[in-house]
Design a protein around this ligand. Structure first.
Ligand SMILES: C[S@@+](CC[C@H](N)C(=O)[O-])C[C@H]1O[C@@H](n2cnc3c(N)ncnc32)[C@H](O)[C@@H]1O
Length: 363
């Protein structure tokens, strides 16, 4: 017999999953609006009917109308007159919503999460296979959507916080980056290059070498760098940073949200230790996960485990041998990797962020 407590538990989970499903489906429609340029067109036009939106974006009126109605019902768009004929209704993207949906530089920009969701769903059959075989799924298989989602999700953080708050919080590193002789920075696993660009912008004397294993990311980064005013001080190279032949002497070595993805983190850390000058710093930014396994966990922990199951663990296991770290790389795990790589100490830096934690590896 089902007890009252069990019924309440059943209803709570059913309600929670229903909400999650609704949110997931609405997120897909947000992705569609992003890809089709609907949100941007609405910002440019101020307000639009379905015919105007369709004409502005080169899409079909009947589809545009359905999407506009759905977005109105979902409370994402404002509708001027719900009682008007469907074709005559005018839709507006409220200013606050526009920042979330179209402002790539805003810390509130969230369409990359929708993009990532689509990439994760698209790659799910390969992940399902990997669960059965024990194999992995290469980062490349997450495609341009995954790569661009990753890049665009972190881009506003780097653009707004890396040079303005995060690095200045590490006083000796900040001073060295401003000083002469000009410092050299290795931005390891730089992805689409936004961290490399942000460092060069914040510190006008430094040169930055960005390295990444993913060829398409390197291309993306190279193209982004070329369009900036710091192109003469930032180079992006296609390299495996676990390669012991990687040479150079750097006053700062950074790894942003990438160590947990690497199949051989100890080898990589050993290389990074060798790249750092005697007075150089190695800084790792990774997910702010709890120190120990706790269930149920908070939202950050829940988010990171979804990333881990759907992406980071399969990516890490795509190479053999692999440490099989996954997104939930706890501080103790990093300390173990760092010690095995020859570092003497790992310091958690006093930088506050909801999702990321910063470590300085010393010695
Ligand atoms: C989650 S992405 C992070 C990219 C970027 N740092 C950011 O914050 O957007 C992880 C990156 O690590 C790179 N990567 C993984 N293993 C690597 C290795 N051994 N050498 C160089 N890059 C590597 C991947 O190609 C990918 O671009």
């Amino acid at each position: 017999m089902v007890t009252q407590a069990e019924e309440a538990q059943r209803d709570a989970l059913a309600e929670r999953l229903f909400g999650a499903a609704l949110g997931a489906y609405e997120l897909l429609t947000v992705h569609l609006g992003d890809r089709l340029g609907y949100y941007r067109a609405l910002v440019e036009a101020g307000d639009s009917t379905s015919a105007e939106l369709a004409a502005a974006t080169g899409t079909h009126e009947r589809y545009a109308r359905e999407w506009l109605e759905q977005q109105g019902v979902a409370g994402i768009l404002d509708v001027d007159d719900t009682e008007a004929r469907a074709e005559d209704r005018r839709y507006t993207l409220p200013v606050g919503h526009a920042e979330v949906l179209v402002d790539r530089d805003s810390l509130a920009h969230l369409t990359p999460m929708a993009r990532l969701g689509v990439s994760l769903a698209h790659t799910l059959p390969a992940v399902e296979d990997a669960f059965r075989t024990g194999g992995g799924v290469a980062w490349d298989e997450y495609g341009s959507l995954g790569r661009e989602a990753q890049a665009d999700a972190n881009r506003p953080l780097f653009a707004n916080l890396l040079g303005a708050e995060w690095l200045p919080a590490v006083a000796d590193v900040h001073e060295r980056l401003l000083a002469d002789p000009p410092a050299r920075v290795a931005d390891v696993a730089c992805g689409a290059g936004w961290s490399s660009i942000a460092i060069a912008r914040a510190y006008p004397k430094v040169t930055v070498d960005g390295y990444d294993l993913d060829e398409a990311s390197v291309e993306l980064a190279g193209a982004s760098v070329a369009e900036t005013e710091v192109a003469d001080r930032v180079t992006i190279q296609h390299r495996d940073v676990g390669d012991p032949k990687l040479a150079g002497t750097y006053q700062l070595v950074t790894v942003f949200e990438a160590l947990h993805d690497m199949s051989r983190p100890v080898e990589v850390l050993r290389v990074l230790r060798g790249l750092a000058a005697d007075d150089g710093a190695v800084i790792v930014m990774d997910e702010r996960v709890a120190d120990t396994f706790t269930a149920p966990g908070d939202e950050v922990e829940r988010l990171m485990y979804t990333y881990s199951v759907l992406c980071c663990l399969p990516v890490g296991l795509a190479d053999t041998p692999s440490a099989g770290t996954g997104t939930v790389m706890r501080a103790d795990t990093l300390r173990r990797y760092a010690t095995e790589a020859g570092f003497a100490d790992v310091e958690v830096l006093p930088i506050e962020h909801e999702v990321f934690r910063f470590y300085r590896l010393r010695g």
